[in-house]
Design a protein around this ligand. Sequence first.
Ligand code: PGA
Length: 270
Amino acid sequence: MRIPLIAGNWKMHKTIGEAVAFVNELKPLVQSASNVEILLCPIFTALAAVSEAAVGTSIRVGAQDVFWKESGAYTGELSAPMLKDAGCTHVVIGHSERRGRFGVPEPDLAGDAGLVFGDTDAAVNRKLVAALQHGLVPIVCVGETLAERQAGRTDAVVQAQTRAALENVAAADAAPLVFAYEPVWAIGTGETCDADEADRVCGVIRGAVSTAFGEASGAIVRVQYGGSVKPDNAAELLGKPNIDGALVGGASLKADSFAAIIQAAQSSGA
Ligand code: PGA
């Protein structure tokens, strides 16, 4: 049985003080949670404080990105060992925003200004390999843009992104992997992917893992859905057989709505 993973991706929100206050508010709401894994992904500067605040709870802490080198002259970057040092157990890799693919148009980031968000499939793969090497659970985001969906390319896009992420990974190392199906058009837009369609595409991602590593690995790997997950749509999404949790942006910023999604995961019997 795959335990659902409910992850809050806070993106560029919350100061250290706000992040710690959130953990203290969330703790009593989830203290009896079972059969669900809970993860918070705050900004880099809050990782250590959130890890500290979560000691003794089932709340785990993840980073929103990682660089694949261990140390060196890479100004502004953080390595997997450094994230572990700050208390991380997980890391989000290849989020569509890091790939420079935004669900909501970002005119300010058009042209050269957007190059900072330049994760390619090859970079995602290196980050994944580094995370596994250092014992961090990678949550690898894949998903199509609206134009790709309208062109009927959804399956081809997620298959290609999944395959590319798994280059140089051995089947024996696949077990901890988590994928997140995040249709770019559903991120931060309030547009949720229809639950049956989300389930179908999560199955396509699982199928790509099976093709790379065999059916047994495909059956173990968890595939989350992400994109405008909220308390009122979580139960339907999380009740689907191929959806093993949620990567939650906006609705993870308030403890009560995040706790409601965790509750929905427990009730889903996923
Ligand atoms: P959202 O973000 O829930 O605000 O749509 C999800 C994500 O980007 O991971």
